[in-house]
Design a protein around this ligand. Structure first.
Ligand code: SAM
Length: 189
């Protein structure tokens, strides 16, 4: 799906009460298995929405998590749902067009991207940007629906086999697990 102005697209959806798939026990277990316990290492959650995954990374897995989203409406919800002073740090940033040098860390042990990759306009440029954040041994964790598993009217929120190829090609290691319509990728530089 091509979205020209992501903030203009996502803000009204969040404001209208639209919410996305919650992080169920199976996905939590899978995420924990691939990303492990962090002991305070830094993580970056890209397109964090209401903070569903960012909070899990921070509170359960122990990552010092920065969460970015281009939608101010999503970030307002994420902040409102933050019940502790020790939670992820939420930042307003478009990962495709924003100034990534403004982020607190130059590198992250883990970068995550859940239910976002299908909506990225220039996927190759996006992957180049993400790679710059990941030192050897780091992990890019991507959770995305596969278009082929979705009904016709929802295919645009999933990735095609060609996009899956583009996603996995630039990494030295690409592992994946399936979770119903989702595929979860652990990609390493
Ligand atoms: C379907 S929601 C998923 C939210 C969250 N990751 C989750 O798992 O619930 C997609 C999110 O990605 C954000 N997003 C889309 N394109 C973005 C971009 N270029 N930069 C930053 N965030 C983006 C949207 O604002 C939206 O909050």
């Amino acid at each position: 799906m091509t979205i020209n102005n992501p903030a203009e697209y996502w803000n009204p959806l969040w404001q209208s009460g639209r919410r996305y798939r919650s992080l169920g026990p199976e996905e939590r277990q899978l995420t924990g298995r691939f990303l492990g316990v962090a002991h305070g290492r830094p993580a970056l959650d890209v397109g964090s929405g209401d903070g569903t995954l960012a909070r899990y990374l921070h509170a359960d897995l122990g990552y010092r998590t920065t969460a970015i989203d281009c939608s101010s409406a999503a970030l307002e919800i994420a902040q409102a749902e933050q019940t502790t002073s020790d939670g992820p740090v939420f930042r307003h940033l478009d990962i495709e067009t924003g100034d990534i040098s403004a982020l607190p860390n130059a590198g992250y042990a883990v970068v995550t991207c859940r239910l976002v990759f299908a909506f990225i306009k220039d996927k190759a440029a996006f992957l180049d940007r993400i790679r710059r954040f990941l030192p050897p041994g780091g992990t890019f964790w991507v959770v995305t629906p596969l278009a082929e598993r979705l009904p016709e009217e929802r295919k645009s929120i999933g990735i095609t086999p060609q996009e899956a190829e583009l996603l996995t090609a630039p990494w030295s290691s690409a592992r994946s697990e399936d979770l119903d319509v989702l595929r979860c990728y652990a990609l390493r530089p």
